[in-house]
Design a binder for this molecule. Structure first.
Ligand SMILES: NC(=O)c1ccc[n+]([C@@H]2O[C@H](COP(=O)([O-])OP(=O)(O)OC[C@H]3O[C@@H](n4cnc5c(N)ncnc54)[C@H](OP(=O)(O)O)[C@@H]3O)[C@@H](O)[C@H]2O)c1
Length: 426
């Protein structure tokens, strides 16, 4: 399911300035091999000189902390080697100057499956099969150590806390962690449950590509779209910690042509996440309860009107979010009309698709609805906004209920507050 193409606000990655730079009083010097390669071949001698100049020029301004991470390996670990994880790993592995990559396995039998798959990841795109095998693999086990500098977490939302817990002791405040999940709330959960005294730098991506599985370590990149990546802002924090931290991981992802990723500002990242949340909160669960493809939803009037009720709640909740408080664009960007346009556009572009939530339900897997509509309901509660329609929708999805179009009124408003249009069967 996909595409919320709003390129507006995307910006070019901040040109990486070698050597620094958080403003005084604390200055950090990060040495990242990949970034070094991209920045005019600055040598380690240049680096030392730059550091000395910086140190000298900042003397007297305040306390200056200088830390050279000379042990940086540029290695990227990947946790969650499912469809999206395979795509990220493969595209990183086939780039011109690939980083060392370690696939983290959470089950012993994945080692056997890896062997049987020829120790390679295979991605089919537009009928062309491409494979990559330059990986190290590691079975995640209790008590295992080894610093993880860059981590991509590509598990489903439901498994993210557990997956993260299994390796969190290997992260430090210098680690960069990218979360790729759909939905919202995972980073908050990970932060509150991790108990880490100093948290790593967090990135988040919004992926509009579509990838499905052909079997262990084999996937089809069916919908080629794009990725927005940026530094995550945590609730209660005005901005991400460390403006230039994570740049190595961002650069590696942005420089993988097959990922079509662009870096966005933290503010734009939140907006894009919320837009995608709303698209997913409409199309995914509605395709489940009406048991249909994306394109079959909104040409039926009761469903269209039901979406109006769901959107009204989502729009009100989003506009009241503290993290958007100072955003002058919030009211227009998250109006019901604007959100409706985006949802209809995505439904049309993905008309023939079966949503990921419907696929999960059909396969008997748990859905990610608690991180989609559930997030809207949770944030609504925090703001004192009732989201009865979203709550009912969650309940129906969890009960595995298939609803007839003519039953929308009785299911969602049995007291009869909805107009007759909701009883229509067309
Ligand atoms: N696929 C797409 O096209 C797409 C597009 C945009 C966004 N997304 C989002 O990306 C996320 C991942 O989706 P996906 O389609 O890649 O799902 P997926 O194919 O199910 O991959 C998730 C992987 O995580 C593994 N996993 C489960 N528990 C784990 C643990 N404790 N530690 C490490 N790994 C664990 C799973 O292994 P098991 O085999 O043991 O379950 C599976 O290999 C979801 O939030 C999804 O909404 C997906």
């Amino acid at each position: 399911m996909d595409v919320i193409g709003s390129d507006e606000g995307f910006r070019r990655a901040v040109p990486h300035q070698e050597g620094i730079l958080e403003t005084a009083p604390s200055v950090q010097y990060h040495s990242c091999p990949g970034t070094r390669a991209r920045s005019n071949n600055i040598t380690s001698l240049d680096r030392k000189r730059t550091a000395i100049i910086l140190n000298d020029s900042l003397r007297g301004i305040g306390r200056v902390t200088f830390r050279a991470m000379s042990t940086s390996s540029g290695r990227i670990h990947l946790l969650g080697v499912g469809n999206l994880g395979r795509l990220f790993a493969h595209e990183l592995a086939i780039q011109h100057n690939p980083p060392p990559i370690t696939l983290l396995f959470h089950r012993q039998d994945l080692l056997d499956e890896w062997g049987k798959a020829g120790k390679k990841i295979e991605i089919t795109a537009a009928g062309v099969v491409s494979s990559s095998s330059n990986y190290d693999v590691e079975l995640v086990q209790p008590g295992q150590d080894g610093f993880i500098e860059n981590l991509i977490v590509a598990t489903k939302t439901l498994n993210t806390v557990k997956a993260f817990s299994s390796i969190k002791h290997r992260l430090t405040l210098n680690s960069s962690v990218l979360f790729t999940q759909n939905g919202m709330g995972t980073i908050e959960e990970v932060t509150s449950s991790s108990g880490l005294p100093m948290r790593p730098h967090y990135l988040q991506s919004i992926t509009s590509h579509g990838v499905y599985s052909l079997g262990p370590f084999r996937s089809v990149h069916a919908g080629f779209a794009n990725i927005a990546i940026g530094r995550a802002v945590l609730p209660g924090q005005p901005s991400p910690r460390g403006q230039l931290a994570c740049q190595y991981l961002i650069d590696k992802i942005v420089s993988s042509p097959g990922l079509a990723a662009k870096e966005v500002t933290p503010k734009e990242l939140v907006r894009l996440q919320l837009e995608k949340l709303v698209v997913n909160a409409m199309i995914n669960p509605l395709t489940v309860i009406f048991d249909c493809k994306n394109g079959e939803l909104f040409n039926r009037r009761p469903i269209f009107h039901l979406m109006g009720l769901l959107l009204a709640e989502a729009s009100q909740v989003i506009q009241s979010l503290p993290e958007l408080g100072a955003d002058p664009e919030a009211a227009s960007r998250f109006s019901v009309e604007k959100l409706e346009t985006i949802v209809l556009d995505v439904a049309e572009k993905t008309a023939k698709n079966t949503s990921s939530m419907l696929q999960d339900v059909r396969a008997g897997r748990p859905t990610e609805i608690d991180y989609i509509n559930g997030y809207i309901v949770k944030k609504g509660k925090e703001q004192g906004i009732e989201c009865k329609t979203n709550e009912k929708l969650i309940q129906l999805v969890k009960e595995g209920e298939v609803v007839g179009v003519q039953d929308v009124k009785s299911e969602f408003e049995p007291e009869g507050r909805l107009p007759a249009i909701f009883s229509s069967s067309v």
